[in-house]
Design a protein around this ligand. Structure first.
Ligand code: AP5
Length: 220
């Protein structure tokens, strides 16, 4: 299945992608995670991306599309993927459609998770991350042992762009550049809308039930 997760920062895309990836047995591809791994590794891409990410702006489209094109060449993407945070502009979506069309493929489902801005600032300031990709929240989704990942026992960290001022800038960027994608995919009949302000497990259940109703076959 070729799926996109759409939604504002903090909507729960990464949280839902981790569960969906395990259930549907397709890789979770987060452009944000790829950029953060490059920042950590001190690569030229990381240096470039950091200047945009720290100010809440988007990394240029051509750079981001190239990264996705390379990632999709890996073997684990043969039976599909869950895109988290990509595409994020209409030009990225157009280039993505063209990229998939070359081998005769296309996006099949777009999960749009909506949450009001007022909830997002609170959510992101309580977020804790693990380098293995798991995401926690100090109140809504705490690890079993404080500040330690349940899955790999690493210490959790706070993202540099989870400061209040940067969060507000990221929300502005989302409304200006990413939200037009809802209409873009609506016109293609691909959008499925979910209320991301419900508890995490309720949203997961609603997404899985909707996928089943769409006659998408998987073992739950
Ligand atoms: P990216 O890493 O993609 O960040 P984002 O889109 O801003 O989204 P987040 O990761 O902040 O939120 P999320 O929706 O995944 O929420 P999460 O599940 O963590 O991008 C970072 C930056 O990289 C961008 O700003 C940009 O600069 C650059 N970038 C990335 N992709 C790009 C692209 N395609 N083009 C250009 N630039 C790009 O949940 C948030 C918190 O809430 C967690 O603590 C979680 O535990 C909690 N939570 C989740 N769901 C619930 C719930 N239902 N109830 C209560 N709490 C919840």
């Amino acid at each position: 299945m070729r799926m996109i997760l759409l939604g504002p920062p903090g909507a729960g895309k990464g949280t839902q992608a981790a569960v969906l990836s395990a259930t549907l047995k397709i890789p979770h591809i987060s452009t944000g995670d790829i950029f953060r791994a490059n920042i950590k590794g001190g690569t030229p891409l990381g240096l470039l991306a950091k200047s945009y990410i720290d100010s809440g702006k988007l990394v240029p489209d051509d750079v981001t599309v190239d990264i996705v094109a390379n990632r999709l060449k890996e073997e684990d993407c043969a039976s599909g993927f869950i895109m988290d945070g990509f595409p994020r502009t209409v030009p990225q979506a157009v280039m993505f459609d063209e990229m998939l069309a070359k081998p005769g493929k296309k996006v099949e489902v777009v999960i749009n998770i909506t949450v009001e801005d007022s909830i997002i600032v609170k959510r992101l300031s309580g977020r804790r991350m693990c380098s293995c990709g798991r995401t926690y929240h100090i109140d809504n989704n705490p690890p079993k042992v404080e500040e330690i990942c349940d899955f790999c026992n690493s210490s959790l960290y706070i993202r540099d762009d989870d400061k209040e001022e940067t969060i507000k800038e990221r929300l502005k960027t989302y409304h200006e550049q990413t939200s037009p994608l809802v209409d873009y995919y609506q016109e293609k009949g691909l959008i499925m809308n979910f209320d991301g302000s419900k508890p995490i497990d309720v949203t997961t259940r609603e997404i899985l039930d909707s996928l089943k109703n769409k006659l998408i076959d998987f073992e739950d």
